[in-house]
Design a binder for this molecule. Structure first.
Ligand code: SF4
Length: 699
């Protein structure tokens, strides 16, 4: 049964050191004194530093002298050298650097030495904050102890994180606030607006994440009138743009980066399009997320909510300006009704599903679609014809036209590289949010033309980019044709730190018998590990089923995704003795629990993407139609990357150790299983429960 890569019962093992819960993160976090954010710009020449990469990273070097928790990491030095070479040669680089490599310093040091203006794009807010508040100040202190040559760094978030002063001032004249809570929030924001330098809502800790008021006054581009705005000079977005133009290092997230890129592409790279300046290089950290994020920004999406938001904005503005005439009210009423009718006619269903039969739909409902389009035309001309109108009305007219064009594309385009689909989500009692979407099937040609052919140097890095030791999958999916490649050696001793167990006797996870047997085995494993586990599922249904089977059966506190927010659950997990968390995909990445508290990660099945998902199905169909084999070229490699991410939750520091379990033994039985095993770090592997007991000293 076994493919020979796993140990079976009775094989002797060397003793494994016991776990000491010393956080590896302290290397970056705890012992680095916070340094105030630098204010002055430095000329690139002043930033050139005499210290070579070797002198910085090697034993006895600058890093070892400036950091008490220093360890020499061969992979870190190698990565820094590769990044420096890519920057010098103006070439692209793709590099897999596992957890523990210290990859942020490995790209930051060469970036600083290069003197180039660089964008660093990350997948998560945590990493953005780590770079801005810890890693860069640490490097500045190490490289420029006397303050000479300090860096000019800017941290940019999406526009909806910033306050729109105009919207706030408009609200001050005629507050449309609902409830005491909103009035309280309004007062807090109005007071804060007078003092803040950035307008970033993160400064307002007391404002709840889901504040309805913030949504009315944030700086999203939809309602922005740009240079014609009376608050333009003191606008936080203008200020952020100005700071970015003066910065050496600009930290963004992938969403902001690709939103900006798609705006530039639509504006055919007009010099004032977008908000990010021209740069010498872009570093994409957590680059395994690029395909999904890029796909969403190079696609088109309209929704019933977006139409309603336009109507609401028009109404509020015209009311405020005493310009709401009967004919405009009529145009808004007609648009609302026709939009509601059109969205109700769309094929039924919940979740994401394909909308392949658009032609048939239009044949049947063409009149209703045309009526909706005419409502946009009517609103547009009503707005255009308003005499001496305020500037924002031009913006509403533009939005009406944009929606009309996008509806036209979504219903009528025959673009063969686009998949058309619908997403319907429950948005309260009897209310549905319906999205009509178009997503590129293959983002590779778009990224090649718009990004990689235009950039001098792109560095793509993550702990999970390689499949079977190579980058063919990633390069093909992203259109990265010419790039240096590197898979770095791990800094962790995976063979001694982690045991990877696959039960050979469980039924196929696709059979009905699986859930009961899996629950039994999970219970047994949790007894051995004394809880301290993430049990991760590929679907909510499976998670709930197994959770219900184990409820009352375990001696350990059980936490369930959905019972509280992700951050609250993680906090509870960290503080509760011997916890067990049952969760799905959102806990597979970006989650960091160090030490003994997390000693076991159990995954129910190989994480193949749901084949019926419209985007996945379209990609599979397209690869097969071109003579490829979608299963081996797309589905298996994508699942390999996801599995690496999920298992990556366990070993977060040199001192962590624990158990990884995959309950899906197709990894042993199927030919493709070998690719999964060969792509994972070299964990010690077993199919024997006794080896698990021995590992935890429980036999
Ligand atoms: S320029 Fe745009 S974002 Fe800035 S204050 Fe004016 S409307 Fe708001």
């Amino acid at each position: 049964m076994s493919n020979g890569l796993f140990e079976s019962a009775g094989q002797p093992r060397a003793a494994v050191p016991t776990c000491a819960a010393i956080g590896f993160d302290s290397y970056y976090r705890d012992s680095v004194a916070p340094i105030p954010q630098p204010a002055s710009a430095a000329a690139p020449s002043a930033r050139k530093h005499e210290v070579s990469l070797y002198q910085f990273f090697a034993p006895g070097g600058m890093l070892s002298r400036t950091h008490p928790a220093y360890e020499f990491r061969r992979g870190q030095l190698q990565m820094a050298q590769s990044v420096e070479q890519a920057l010098e040669e103006k070439r692209h680089l793709i590099v897999e650097a596992g957890t523990g490599t210290g990859k942020t310093l490995a790209y930051l040091v060469p970036v600083i030495r290069s003197g180039k203006r660089v964008i660093i794009s990350t997948g998560t807010k945590n990493l953005q904050e780590q770079l801005f508040h810890k890693d860069i100040p640490f490097l500045e202190q190490a490289l420029f102890p006397d303050g000479e040559g300090r860096l000019n760094v800017c941290y940019m978030k999406g526009r909806n994180n910033y306050l729109c002063r105009k919207k706030l001032y408009d609200l001050t004249g005629q507050p449309v606030l609902s409830g005491l809570e909103e009035i309280e929030h309004y007062r807090a924001i109005a007071a804060w607006e007078k003092a803040t330098q950035t307008g970033d809502r993160a400064e307002l800790a007391e404002l709840p994440e889901a504040s309805a008021l913030w949504h009315k006054i944030d700086a999203r581009s939809d309602a922005c009138i740009g240079q014609k705005c009376s608050s333009w000079d003191k606008c936080f977005i203008t200020e952020m743009h100005r700071r970015a133009m003066e910065s050496d290092i600009i930290i963004v997230n992938h969403h902001l980066f690709f939103a900006d890129l798609s705006i530039k592409q639509q504006a055919e790279y007009a010099p004032d399009a977008g908000i990010l300046p021209e740069v010498g290089a872009v570093i994409f950290d957590e680059a395994h997320e690029l395909e999904d994020v890029a796909g969403s920004y190079f696609g088109v999406s309209v929704s019933n909510g977006r139409v309603e938001e336009l109507c609401r904005d028009v109404e509020a503005s015209l009311q405020r300006n005493h310009m709401l005439s009967a004919s405009i009210s009529g145009a808004l009423k007609s648009l609302r009704e026709r939009s509601m009718f059109f969205f109700a006619l769309l094929p039924q269903g919940e979740g994401r599903f394909s909308f392949e039969n658009r032609r048939d739909f239009l044949e049947e409902n063409g009149e209703e679609f045309m009526a909706l389009q005419q409502s946009f035309t009517r609103l547009h001309s009503e707005l255009e014809n308003l005499p001496s109108k305020p500037e924002e009305v031009f913006n509403f007219a533009r939005r009406a036209q944009e929606l009309q064009v996008q509806f036209g594309f979504l219903m009528e385009s025959e673009d063969p590289n686009t998949v058309f689909w619908i997403e319907r989500r429950r948005g309260g009692r009897d209310k549905f949010n319906v999205y009509l979407q178009a997503t590129p099937i293959d983002v590779a040609p778009i990224l090649k033309t718009c990004l990689f052919d235009k950039l001098e140097c792109a560095v793509l890095t993550s702990a999970t980019l390689a499949v079977g030791g190579g980058f063919e999958y990633m390069r093909n999916r992203l259109g990265l044709e010419h790039a240096r490649e590197s898979v770095l050696p791990s800094h962790f001793d995976y063979e001694n730190q982690a045991l990877f167990y696959v039960p050979p006797d469980l039924p196929d996870p696709r059979t009905p018998q699986f859930a009961a047997k899996a629950a039994d085995r999970i219970r047994r494993l949790l007894e051995i590990t004394r809880g301290r586990a993430f049990v991760l599922f590929t679907s909510y249904a499976q998670m709930n089923d197994v959770y219900q089977r184990l409820l009352g059966e375990l001696d350990f506190p059980m936490l369930l995704q959905g019972d509280a927010s992700k951050s609250a659950l993680l906090e509870e997990f960290r503080l509760t003795p011997n916890p067990v968390l049952f969760a799905t995909s959102s806990f597979w990445q970006g989650v960091d629990v160090q030490g003994e508290q997390l000693s076991c990660v159990i995954i129910d099945r190989l994480p193949f993407a749901v084949p019926s998902d419209p985007v996945v199905a379209a990609r599979v169909k397209s690869i097969d139609a071109e003579g490829g084999n979608a299963f081996f070229q797309y589905q298996v490699p994508a699942a390999v990357i996801t599995l690496k991410q999920g298992f990556g939750r366990l070993i977060r520091s040199l001192h962590d150790r624990g158990l990884l379990t995959l309950l899906d033994n197709r990894i042993l039985k199927k030919a493709y299983g070998r690719l999964f095993i060969e792509s994972l770090p070299n964990y010690r592997k077993t199919t024997d429960l006794a080896a698990v007991e021995e590992f935890f000293g429980a036999s």
